[in-house]
Design a binder for this molecule. Structure first.
Ligand code: AMP
Length: 210
């Protein structure tokens, strides 16, 4: 199964993708996680990406394209869930072409929808484990008490000015990607409001029907 999770920042793509990894064995490919790791490693890619990510802007497409394509190839072109790629029409075209060339088309693009005010609440309460990348929510999914609290941090781009910029970028540049996949009959709309388990069950239900 080859799928992509789509939606604004904070709709739950990352959490749902890591659950799909645990439950269905799909490789979780998140360009955001790969970039944050590159920044932590202080690699060339990390240094280039940092200044864009800090302010909630998109990292230049060609950088992200290579990261995503390498990760898809490492997964042998199957059994993966993309999280955060593609984010522009250009990236959607690259991805479609790349998967076509490798005879590995997507089964579906699952778009999670959540109103902006719910998103802002979720993002401002989000904390992340700096080593594993696992997400927590201070209210609904607090980090377990046995985890070293120094490892649980707020992402720089989850602070308020960056959140608003990321939502703006989403509406202007990323949202049109939904139409791109709708026109190709790949779009599956899933209501992203509800408990984590409810949303997960909706995703699985929608995929079973394909
Ligand atoms: P995420 O973890 O998916 O919310 O991504 C965090 C940040 O990484 C985004 O706000 C962008 O700055 C950058 N990023 C991740 N994926 C992409 C992408 N496909 N295109 C451009 N920038 C990206």
């Amino acid at each position: 199964m080859r799928i992509a999770l789509f939606g604004a920042p904070g709709v739950g793509k990352g959490s749902q993708a890591s659950f799909l990894n645990e439950n269905e064995g799909l490789e979780h490919i998140s360009t955001g996680i790969i970039l944050r790791k590159a920044i932590a490693d202080d690699s060339d890619v990390g240094r280039e990406a940092k200044r864009f990510m800090e302010v909630g802007a998109l990292v230049p497409g060609l950088v992200v394209r290579k990261l995503a394509e390498d990760a898809i190839a490492s997964a042998d072109f199957d059994r993966f869930v993309l999280d955060g790629y593609p984010r522009t029409i250009e990236q959607a075209e690259w991805l479609t072409e790349f998967l076509k060339d490798n005879k590995a088309p997507l089964l579906a693009v699952v778009s999670l929808s959540v109103p902006d005010d719910v998103i802002v609440n979720r993002i401002s309460n989000r904390r992340v484990h700096i080593e594993t990348g696992e997400n927590f929510h201070l209210e609904y999914k607090p980090p377990p008490p046995d985890i070293d609290s120094n490892l649980i941090v707020q992402r720089d781009d989850d602070r308020s000015e960056a959140i608003l910029n990321r939502l703006l970028v989403y509406h202007e540049e990323t949202r049109p990607v939904e139409d791109y996949f709708r026109e190709r009959d790949l779009l599956v709309l899933v209501d992203g409001v509800g408990t984590f388990q409810e949303v997960y069950d909706r995703i699985i239900g929608a995929l079973k029907g394909l």
